[in-house]
Design a protein around this ligand. Structure first.
Ligand SMILES: [Mn+2]
Length: 257
């Protein structure tokens, strides 16, 4: 088990700042966010590749999520969004990424007129993404997103149904901050066990998705680490806090040793 750092906390800073932060990073595993000011392109991929070679970094990539809805009912728009995600897969392959994280689709203003349609489209899109990910030789995994947002798949019951109906092997990104809001962290671990391919770590008050520093909220991190160790988790815990980054790294490193 290793502690990594998502660069989401500095998404409000221009790309050169991201590069400087990577040069100074105190972790070996880094999650890049292919969105906003850190959106990837060929030139940036080359730059990031140089940094990872000289610093010995290993990247994962968070797929874009602003305005991306893989369950979008309009076929042309959805095709465009899937093409955009395919670009992320290509960049991730070029960066020798271990994993690409993406979000489930979400309900729209017309969902009530077409019961179950978002659900079906979401599954279809995941099949397509899995096929593409195999073409690029990149692993993908889907994240549990929090209440009160309109994601099609959020809680343990929905993910159980989703994995069953998908019928293909795909990893789960367990976002502990998100599962803390529904008080479902333990159930996620017990239910999905080895399917958990990656973890996002940040804290909150148990009610809102605040992305606080690790140890600043209501999550019992020592208990959490014990639970995932018991389950045999041996992948990356990626810190996805917006603040107290240094302390979050220390707290999590202490917890896993
Ligand atoms: Mn997350």
């Amino acid at each position: 088990m290793e502690v990594g750092l998502s660069m989401l906390h500095c998404l409000g800073e221009p790309f050169p700042n991201l590069c400087r932060r990577l040069e100074e990073a105190e972790v070996k595993f880094v999650e890049l966010v292919d969105d906003g000011w850190h959106r990837l392109n060929q030139e940036r991929v080359e730059q990031l590749d140089e940094i990872s070679s000289s610093k010995g970094l290993t990247y994962t990539v968070h797929a874009p999520f602003a305005n991306i809805n893989i369950a979008a009912p309009a076929e042309d728009l959805r095709a465009f969004m899937l093409q955009r995600l395919e670009k992320t897969l290509a960049f991730a392959a070029a960066l020798d990424c271990q994993l690409v994280v993406f979000h489930p689709g979400w309900r729209t203003g017309i969902s009530d007129f077409y019961p179950n349609l978002d659900w079906k489209i979401n599954i279809n899109s995941v099949h397509k993404l899995l096929e593409k990910s195999r073409d690029y030789g990149v692993r993908i995994a889907i994240e549990n997103c929090p209440e009160p947002y309109g994601f099609v798949v959020k809680n343990v019951a929905q993910f159980s149904r989703f994995f069953k109906e998908l019928g293909e092997d795909i990893g789960l990104v367990l976002d502990v901050g998100h599962s803390n809001i529904g008080r479902e962290t333990d159930t996620f671990i017990k239910t999905f066990g080895k399917r958990i391919a990656h973890i996002h770590a940040h804290d909150n008050d148990g009610k809102h998705d605040l992305h606080w520093g690790v140890g600043d909220g209501t999550i019992d991190w020592q208990q959490f680490v014990t639970n995932i160790k018991t389950m045999g988790f041996n992948e990356i815990i990626m810190i996805e806090s917006y603040s107290n980054i240094k302390k979050s790294i220390e707290t999590l490193r202490d917890a896993i040793t």
